[in-house]
Unconditional design. Structure first.
Length: 237
C-alpha cells in the first residue's frame, strides 16, 4: 500500500477517533444506547463527507464521465441525509429522555434507507450514462470503420497501374461523401453500415486477383455507392 492510500486512510481513522472521543467527553450524560447510536450516525455522516473530499468527483480517465450523470443525485441525497440526521440528533438530544431509543432507531433507520435509495438511484444513473456513451461510441466507430476500409481500398488503387478512370472517380466520390454521414442508432442504419463495410471489403479482395477483373471491381463499388446513398437518408432515432 503506497503513501497515497495510507495517508487518507490514517486521516480517516484519526477523524473517526476524534468523533468518538468528543462524544464520550461531551455526551457523558446520554444513555449508553443513545450515545452509541449518535456515534454511529455521526460516523456515517463523516464517512460520506470524507469520501467526497478524498475521492475525486470526476475521473478524467473515464471517457464516459459517468460520475457526472449521477453527481447531482448523489449530492442531493447525501446532503439531505446529513441535514436531517444532524437535525434528528439535535432534536432527540433536547427531548431526551422523552423519546425512546426505539423511536430514534426507527427515525435514523428511515433516513439511512432514504440515503441508500438515493445512492442506488445515483449508481443507476451512472450506469445509464455509460450505456449511452458505449452506444454512441459504437455508432461512431462504425462510421470510422467505413471510412477506414474505403481509404485502404483507395490507397491500394493508387498503387496499381492502368486502373479505369471511372473506378478511380467513383472511389474518390465515395471517400468524399462519407464525410457527410453522421452516426445513427437506427437499426436500419446499422445494418446498412455493416453491409457497406462488407461490400468495400469485397472490393478490396478483388484487388488481389490476377489479372484484375475491372467489371467485378466496378460492380462491387457500385454496390457500395448504392448502400451509401441509402444510409445517407437515415438519421438518428
Amino acid at each position: 500500500m503506497n503513501a497515497k492510500k495510507i495517508v487518507p486512510f490514517l486521516l480517516f481513522l484519526f477523524g473517526e477517533a476524534l468523533i468518538i472521543v468528543c462524544f464520550l467527553h461531551f455526551g457523558r450524560k446520554l444513555p449508553n444506547d443513545v450515545l452509541t447510536l449518535n456515534i454511529v450516525v455521526s460516523s456515517i455522516i463523516y464517512a460520506l463527507y470524507f469520501i467526497d473530499i478524498i475521492i475525486p468527483w470526476v475521473n478524467f480517465k473515464d471517457k464516459s464521465q459517468k460520475t457526472i450523470g449521477s453527481i447531482g443525485l448523489r449530492w442531493f441525497f447525501t446532503f439531505l441525509y446529513m441535514l436531517l440526521a444532524i437535525g434528528a440528533m439535535r432534536f432527540f438530544y433536547t427531548k431526551e429522555p422523552d423519546i425512546h431509543i426505539t423511536t430514534q432507531l426507527l427515525v435514523h433507520g428511515t433516513l439511512l434507507f432514504l440515503l441508500t435509495l438515493g445512492l442506488f438511484m445515483a449508481v443507476s444513473a451512472s450506469g445509464k450514462v455509460q450505456e449511452i456513451f458505449i452506444a454512441e461510441k459504437q455508432n461512431r466507430d462504425r462510421i470510422e470503420e467505413m471510412k477506414k476500409t474505403t481509404k485502404e481500398v483507395q490507397l491500394k488503387l493508387d498503387k496499381l497501374k492502368n486502373i479505369p478512370v471511372d473506378i478511380i472517380t467513383k472511389m474518390s466520390e465515395i471517400q468524399e461523401n462519407l464525410r457527410y454521414i453522421s452516426p445513427s442508432d437506427n437499426s436500419s442504419a446499422i445494418e446498412l453500415e455493416m453491409n457497406f463495410i462488407t461490400q468495400m471489403e469485397a472490393v478490396n479482395n478483388c484487388l488481389f486477383d490476377s489479372p484484375l477483373n475491372f467489371e467485378r471491381i466496378l460492380e462491387n463499388i457500385k454496390n457500395c455507392e448504392r448502400t451509401y446513398k441509402e444510409r445517407k437518408q437515415i438519421f438518428s432515432n
